[in-house]
Design a protein around this ligand. Structure first.
Ligand code: GAL
Length: 387
């Protein structure tokens, strides 16, 4: 009740600023019951490295709303209805743009690339030429290096209230990657609560590519506590075991009989404390699962996950062969979220559809090489329902 009153007051304040703020009309109205932090584009918009960093809004007929920004082509927030129809913000993020420009920022919601996930020892070879990248995760390169595509401004190529396309050209040699690489990501929100991310890339030189969204989810609502009671099913019979620096050995291992078996629904926390070298290496789940090809509408069904309190169910469908499941093991009260809560231990999880980690150095994994003249195109769909 108290929270409802606070939300109504907040909504009234936001409505009163709508006249001077063009995107305010697409925000929650005072009639909507809401869980989470309402975003205000006036206070969100700030300048990062000399460039304006505004808030963009997609909204569908049921009121579901996605908030995005151009810095890292990020998903800042995502409001979807819970089992009672209450709009709930299921994606972790900040209420001010500049908070994203921070070394303690744990990749909240950006597109990561040009190579999401790890490249061993920051090195790979293409046609006999060796490329060296900055290492930013122990001995390895994580999520494209220091700048990647998460710490840069993307251009807004086109935008309306249902679809937005961001574009970015990674200069040749940035973070050591051959290029230039021209990338686009299109976010669209359908009237049946599907958020689709469609990625494209071309390059002038032979290079590597592995783009994904690094959204952190809490389906009970951002800042509502642990994700360990969420129910998870992964459509994966195998995963790629890793060494202590989280680089795969190259082999695919069966999940059966291990804590990595999510082939039937169980809570994220059910086996997370089991004695397992792999769980020790990951400090929990931080592994790539090999999708088993379960098809829905021509896409791989990757995951079904639900919030135990909200009844919100998220299904992920993708053209990618794998999904990295990260159970928020490094979250450590370093930053303050939109809701006012801290990013406490395991209060968010990531499910990142992608190619397998370290693919440029792993001949047995599906290729991540992008040849000049070819177009990389892949999409992932996040569908929200309730139960
Ligand atoms: C994940 C990665 C984790 C951690 C996280 C960001 O994608 O697998 O190890 O680095 O990003 O904190």
């Amino acid at each position: 009740m108290k929270r409802k009153i606070i939300n109504l007051v907040l909504a009234a304040v936001l409505l009163s600023t709508a006249a001077c703020n063009p995107s305010a009309e697409s925000r929650q109205s005072a009639d909507n019951d809401t869980v989470g932090a309402l975003l205000d584009s006036v206070s969100f918009t700030e300048t990062i490295a000399g460039k304006e960093t505004p808030l963009y809004t997609l909204k569908n007929s049921s009121g579901a709303t996605a908030y995005l920004t151009n810095f890292g082509a990020r998903l800042v927030g995502l409001w979807v209805p819970d089992k009672n129809g209450t709009l709930t913000d299921v994606v972790l993020g900040f209420d001010r743009a500049s908070l994203y420009h921070n070394e303690d920022e744990p990749y909240f919601g950006p597109v990561v690339g040009p190579f999401g996930n790890r490249i061993a020892k920051g090195q790979f070879t293409l046609d006999g030429e060796q490329f060296t990248l900055p290492t930013n995760n122990g001995p390895n390169t994580l999520h494209g290096g220091t700048k990647g595509v998460h710490f840069v401004h993307w251009d807004v190529k086109s935008a309306n209230d249902k679809v937005i396309t961001f574009a970015y050209t990674l200069p040749d040699g940035q973070d050591g990657f051959p290029g230039p690489i021209h990338m686009e990501v299109t976010y669209s929100l359908s009237d049946n609560n599907e958020l689709t991310l469609a990625y494209q890339a071309t390059s002038d030189r032979k290079t590597v590519i592995n783009l994904t969204s690094h959204a952190y989810f809490n389906l009970n609502g951002e800042g509502s506590g642990s994700i360990l009671d969420h129910q998870l099913r992964l459509y994966a019979d195998q995963y790629t075991p890793v060494d202590e620096t989280l680089i795969p050995f190259g082999e695919l291992a069966d999940v059966k009989g291990t804590p990595f078996d999510f082939t039937s629904t169980k809570t994220i926390g059910a086996d997370i404390d089991q004695e397992s070298e792999q769980l020790t290496y990951g400090s929990g789940y931080d592994h790539n699962f090999v999708l088993n090809g379960t098809q829905v509408n021509g896409l791989n069904h990757a995951a079904t996950v639900s919030g135990d309190q909200s009844g919100i169910v998220m299904d992920i469908y993708t053209e990618e062969p794998g999904i990295q499941f990260y159970s928020g093991n490094f979250m450590a009260d370093r930053v303050t979220l939109k809701s006012g809560a801290k990013d406490s231990y395991r209060t968010g999880f990531c499910l990142e559809p992608q190619h397998f980690p370290d693919s440029p150095n792993q001949p047995n994994f599906p290729t991540t090489t992008l040849n000049p003249g070819d177009t990389y195109a892949t999409k992932s769909v996040y569908k929200f329902t309730t139960k």
